[in-house]
Structures are given as structure tokens and as C-alpha cells.
Design a protein around this ligand. Structure first.
Ligand code: ADE
Length: 226
């Protein structure tokens, strides 16, 4: 998989890919991340990429031309499955969307800033608009990093244990059951006996039961979906 991220704040997208699982995925060549500074695609002085809104109103708008130049250059070099715009008014990210996107080959992610992009960017280039939640960030960069993480960890070979992504919370629309490690007793709190029993079928049944119980209590909305 290859992900090209277009941004006006490339520095915000450095560290997420320089540690832990995402770093290892890149080193193992399971994913390539390419960050593009939108300011490299403007011909205007002071590397201007935004301007005032037609019709008035507070906040600057990202101009169509530099974005067109950047996306068109990328598209002339290879095919892309999706051109994603990170925006608070997009479809809210969930596990099913991450699963679908993890099966794609090449993705472009465009990070919005200021008031957002000129509508013609959305009309001409964007195939999918994604939000990471009903709140407003200063820009789409952190949202793009979250989206990348949710996708990349699902690529086969990225996680050490192949099955671990499949047992994550939200796969099957369930939260995860409680988990424990040593010691078996801490400050009077004991690990449930069944987990120490060595009886795998009973352990699995207990986990299914607890996952359902937790979901009913904390996120009953998940059980109502579909
Ligand atoms: N840009 C600003 N806020 C955002 C959000 N919640 N999701 C995606 N992109 C954003």
C-alpha cells in the first residue's frame, strides 16, 4: 500500500510514522508514506495557498489550483483507489471503513486547514470525505494520522500476531472483554479463575460473554447497527 498525504503542516505528520507499529510497517515495506507540502505547488508569492472567501466571512479558504497541481501530478504517476478529504463534515470513521480501506492499493489523503478547501476541490477530485469524530481539529493532519494508523495496522504482516487485529474491539461490533496479566492477585483484586483454568473453550465463552456484557452496558448503540 502507498499513502500520499497532502498538507500545509508537514511537520505534524512526522512523528506518527517514526515510532512503533507504523515505523515497523514502513521498514518492512508493507506501506509507503509520502508527505507533500502543498506550498511546493503554488506559483504565488510568499507560497500562498489560501485566500479570502467570496461572499465574505471569517476564515481563509484553501485555493483549488495548488491542490489540483499536486493531485494531478500524483495521478499522472500512478492510479489511486481513493482521494480522501479529512474534514469534520465527512462520514465518521469506524472499523468497517478502516477494514475496507486497508484492502486498497494507493490512497491520497488531503488535509484541510483554515476554513477548509474551495468547494471545487471536492467536486473535482475527492472520492471520499472522512471525519474522525464530531469535533473540530485545527487541521486534517492529526485526523490523517489516525486514519493511517487504523488502516495500516490491518495490513497483513504489520502486527506480529496475525490474528490480533481480528480480535480487536469493534470487529463484530463488540467492545473487547477485560484483559489481565501477572500478578494473579493485586491489592486484593483477583484475575477471574476461568482465565487461569487452562480450559480454552471456557475462556473463549467467558470472553464472548464479557464482551457482550460490556457492549450492552457501555455502547448499546453498537448492537443496534445493521
Ligand atoms: N479536520 C478538522 N476536524 C476534523 C475531524 N474531526 N475529522 C477529520 N478532519 C478534520
Amino acid at each position: 500500500m502507498r499513502i500520499d498525504i497532502i498538507t500545509v503542516v508537514p511537520d505534524l505528520l512526522k512523528s506518527p510514522f517514526e515510532a512503533s507499529i507504523l515505523k515497523r510497517a514502513i521498514e518492512k515495506k508493507l506501506v509507503e508514506i509520502h508527505i507533500h507540502n502543498l506550498r511546493d505547488y503554488t506559483t504565488l508569492s510568499y507560497k500562498q495557498i489560501d485566500d479570502y472567501q467570496y461572499g465574505g466571512g471569517a476564515g481563509m479558504v484553501m485555493m483549488v489550483e495548488p491542490i489540483d497541481k499536486c493531485i494531478s501530478k500524483l495521478k499522472s504517476e500512478r492510479d489511486y483507489d481513493e482521494v480522501i478529504y479529512l474534514t469534520p463534515d465527512g462520514e465518521v470513521l469506524n472499523q468497517a471503513m478502516a477494514n475496507t480501506l486497508s484492502l486498497k492499493g494507493n490512497l491520497i489523503m488531503l488535509c484541510g486547514h483554515y476554513k477548509g478547501v474551495d468547494q471545487r476541490v471536492r467536486d473535482l477530485f475527492i472520492t471520499r470525505e472522512i471525519s474522525i469524530g464530531d469535533y473540530v481539529l485545527s487541521g486534517g493532519e492529526l485526523a490523517a494520522a489516525v486514519l493511517c494508523d487504523s488502516i495500516i495496522r490491518l495490513i497483513p504482516g504489520v502486527l506480529g500476531n496475525e490474528t490480533s487485529a481480528l480480535t480487536d474491539a469493534f470487529q463484530d461490533n463488540l467492545l473487547s472483554p477485560p484483559i489481565y496479566t501477572r500478578p494473579s492477585t493485586y491489592k486484593g483484586l483477583e484475575v477471574p479463575k476461568v482465565l487461569l483454568s487452562g480450559h480454552q473453550r471456557k475462556v473463549d465463552e467467558w470472553r464472548d460473554e464479557k464482551a457482550l456484557e460490556r457492549t450492552k452496558e457501555l455502547r448499546p448503540d453498537l448492537l443496534k447497527e445493521d
